[in-house]
Design a protein around this ligand. Structure first.
Ligand code: AR6
Length: 176
């Protein structure tokens, strides 16, 4: 395990079940719900989440906004909008990195000690999984090195294949 092993972990399962201070939602720019992890979070949090989201005026790609967690075990939900994969030449990597950075900044601003991320953009938005996990791990690693909060970050994967990609890239970072 890397030197960051005590602060970054990989979990396979449903992010809506995690009792962390904040879970991150891979939303769309309307912030009014959708499919994938976004749909699962809205279903689990209950209709009050959409009421709060309606007051936020949407969110730009690469940016993030925070709400309460409502019926979730998580206290907060940080909604971020990942880029749609368009071949890699449209600033996708920088936008995806920005999603992780902005989400972590909001977590710090709200005193979140523990945060869980889904693999943003790797579903409906078609970002290649190996590339997306590299961006995610690098960005979180850099942020954690420079900040005391959040104390722990979980990469929550829906399947074991994605978890393995994270483990591999995190092991590489730890050796540097
Ligand atoms: N827990 C953890 N991970 C999950 C869960 C879950 N409950 N459900 C899905 N995943 P996606 P995107 C994984 O499509 O690509 C929505 O309609 C999934 O396996 O949810 O950023 C929004 O409204 C994948 O690895 O998000 C947007 O319109 C990852 O979460 C659009 O999809 C992200 O897949 C956003 O697309």
């Amino acid at each position: 395990m890397s030197a960051l092993g005590d602060r970054i972990s990989v979990h396979t399962g449903d992010i809506t079940k995690l009792a962390v201070d904040a879970i991150v939602n891979a939303a769309n720019s309307s912030l009014l719900g959708g499919g994938g992890v976004d749909g699962a979070i809205h279903r689990a949090a209950g209709p009050e989440l959409e009421f709060e989201c309606r007051t936020l005026n949407g969110c730009k790609t690469g940016d993030a906004k925070i709400t309460k967690g409502y019926k979730l075990p998580a206290r907060h939900i940080i909604h971020t909008v990942g880029p749609v994969w368009q071949g890699g030449g449209k600033g996708e990597a920088e936008l995806l990195a920005s999603c992780y950075r902005r989400s972590l900044e909001l977590a710090v601003a709200n005193d979140c000690r523990s945060v869980a991320f889904p693999a943003i953009s790797t579903g409906v938005y078609r970002y290649p999984k190996d590339e997306a996990t590299k961006v995610a791990a690098t960005e979180v690693n850099d942020f954690i090195e420079q900040n005391a909060l959040p104390e722990t970050v979980v990469f929550c994967c829906f399947d074991e294949a994605m978890a393995e990609l994270y483990r591999r890239i995190l092991a590489t970072l730890g050796e540097e």
